[in-house]
Write a protein that binds this ligand. Sequence first.
Ligand code: ZN
Length: 102
Amino acid sequence: MKRVHIAPTLLDAQLVVDALSSLGIVSHIFNANAAGALGEVPFLQAQPEVWVEDDTRECQAREVLVDFLNVKPSAEKICPHCGEHNPGNFLSCWQCGSLLPD
Ligand SMILES: [Zn+2]
């Protein structure tokens, strides 16, 4: 067993486990229930940890994580018509319906 990731939340940890399992890498979450103990244990020790079962796949798992964790939502777009901020994947303004620039 090798620890490959410390996640900020249990949901993040689960997403990492899912990403690894899609590649056939078996991993487990530890500290999954520690969030309720915050205040009694140091913060870092209470964060969910992702451990890879097969030590020989640690390097592969880390490569997956680098890609996985570097995926950021595209920059937001500002509507040329009303000035509203829109998520980068929107094609038209949610506020006024104007087409957004690429
Ligand atoms: Zn607009």
